[in-house]
Design a protein around this ligand. Structure first.
Ligand code: FE
Ligand code: FE
Ligand code: ZN
Length: 277
């Protein structure tokens, strides 16, 4: 079965996200843990969370994916910016334990001129501070397009971060199809080769979620602009091969395409029709 969902607004609470997902025939979803600018998160409403967990188990949901504010930068040169990222992620992970055994994704960060090695060291330090032996959440590093000084533009950079983390069994990877295509991984003409490279460098078992997006820009553009499924440079044929790939087909897919709920519903229907059960 295709496990698929899309990004949903968390403003109406947990249960409502679950209901919205059901409405569009999704069996998972992604949400921001708080306002993308990283302000204070609302208090957890335990009844609301329990109601979502029940809906999820009744409807065979796969793991859901929380996304950290994308403005955080644990690789910043400014200690205050790093500290803010650390505090926010630490608080998010505490809150994630109300929805145990799910996924929390973050953008590794930008080294802002300090160099990749320094950036990797700072990101690993943050993870070494916030990861706890007792947590049930798997923290995912997102593959990035390589805009500016973004870290995570290559599988080697992601692997280097993981290698520097003590509790690395708490870590996984979220592969964003738009980002890796923009970063120069040719998933259109050589999907098998890219998956093999991922497996050789990081290990396919680390791959826990896929952001399924088309790209507004051509191969290796380092731009990071998502497009609707089938309307960008990746195209529907390549996306069909991605969702059916034997190494990928059981991983949950999350749409982050420029859509309202009705557009997401259509994309989910389209992809279910392209999925070979
Ligand atoms: Fe992201
Ligand atoms: Fe993404
Ligand atoms: Zn993106």
């Amino acid at each position: 079965m295709l496990n698929i969902g899309c990004h949903l607004s968390s403003s109406k609470g947990f249960l409502n996200m679950g209901k919205e997902a059901l409405k569009i025939n999704a069996n998972t979803f992604q949400f921001f843990t708080r306002n993308p600018r990283g302000s204070k998160a609302k208090d957890i409403d335990e009844k609301d969370v329990q109601a979502l967990l029940q809906l999820m188990s009744e409807n065979n949901f796969s793991k859901i994916l929380a996304h950290a504010p994308y403005t955080l930068n644990p690789a910043s040169a400014d200690e205050k910016v790093r500290e803010f990222a650390l505090m926010t992620m630490e608080d998010d992970l505490k809150r994630m334990e109300y929805i145990p055994n799910n996924l929390y994704n973050f953008h590794p960060g930008s080294h802002v001129g300090q160099g990749v090695e320094k950036g990797i060291e700072l990101i690993s330090n943050t993870l070494n501070t916030i990861l706890k032996e007792s947590q049930t959440t798997t923290v995912l590093l997102e593959t990035m397009a390589g805009k500016g000084t973004e870290i995570g533009r290559s599988f080697e950079e992601i692997k280097a971060i993981i290698d520097n983390v003590n509790l690395s069994d708490k870590l996984g990877v979220c592969l964003d199809t738009c980002h890796i295509y923009d970063a120069g991984y040719d998933i259109v003409n050589n999907l098998d080769g890219v998956i093999e490279e991922f497996d050789n460098i990081i290990g396919i078992d680390r791959l826990k979620a896929i952001h399924l997006n088309d790209s507004k820009n051509p191969f290796e553009s380092h731009k990071d602009r998502h497009e609707k499924i089938g309307e960008g440079y990746i195209g529907l044929d390549a996306i069909t091969r991605i969702i059916n790939h034997p190494k990928l087909r059981n991983i949950p897919f999350f749409l982050e395409t420029p859509n309202e709920l009705s557009g997401y519903k259509q994309e989910i229907e389209l992809l279910k029709n392209k999925y070979i059960d």
